[in-house]
Design a protein around this ligand. Structure first.
Ligand code: BEZ
Length: 210
């Protein structure tokens, strides 16, 4: 059955450019991002992996471990990473899974035969410290992803995991948040000192600092 939000992220053992990884054990208490690429030595993927390497410190700051996957073997990955580093002014140091038998790709439903039965689509999974899937995205091969958007979602997920808040359209960290409908006005008044009430169901507060 297809994976859904809040399902447990399937565990696996895989060979990567940084050695063998047992996924859940490797994640530990961290958040994780698992993202797939159609194939090695493809142009859009080259830009994506390079960009991800250049913002990897932003994921690390948020306790998010980064893991990439494509269906090509390890020796191919190693040669391709050389090209990525050279052309994208990057230093790819996060692991890239070699999945020539498509074991992980099948587990995460990353092969879409209507698109291509040999390649993975551009999937993104964000996984919480509880090993549950918090976000799933699927992009076609021809469209490179926006990894700044993934960072933005991580900020929202980490905030809303700890507070009864949601984040409005195009929110970025530091902007006002919305009190979730399940919180009564009485409870809201006990929790927040400065509520901006636009409608009874649309109540803004400053982003908590913790
Ligand atoms: C790419 O990564 O550049 C790509 C891969 C498959 C189809 C189209 C583009």
């Amino acid at each position: 059955m297809a994976l859904r939000l809040m399902d447990e992220a399937p565990d696996f053992t895989a060979e990567t450019t940084e050695g063998t990884i047992r996924f859940h054990e490797w994640l530990g208490d961290n958040w994780g991002i698992l993202f797939s690429h159609p194939a090695d030595y493809t142009p859009v993927c080259t830009t994506e992996l390079g960009y991800m390497a250049n913002i990897a410190h932003e994921f690390a700051k948020r306790n998010v471990k980064v893991l990439a996957i494509s269906v090509d073997p390890l020796d191919s990955h190693r040669g391709w990473i050389g090209d990525i580093n050279e052309t994208q002014n990057a230093n790819v140091s996060y692991p890239l899974i070699a999945d020539p038998d498509q074991e992980v790709a099948q587990l995460y439903d990353m092969i879409h035969p209507n698109a291509n039965d040999k390649m993975t689509v551009r999937s993104v999974f964000v996984i919480g410290p509880d090993k549950k899937i918090k976000l799933m995205l699927t992009y076609p091969a021809s469209t490179g992803r926006n990894f700044d958007e993934i960072l933005r979602v991580v900020d929202s997920l980490q905030l809303t995991a700890n507070h009864k808040l949601a984040t409005p359209v195009n929110w970025t960290s530091g902007e006002d948040c919305i009190i979730v409908p399940a919180v009564t006005d009485e409870e809201a008044d006990q929790t927040y000192s400065d509520i901006r009430r636009v409608k009874p169901y649309l109540r803004y507060v400053k982003q908590p600092q913790d």
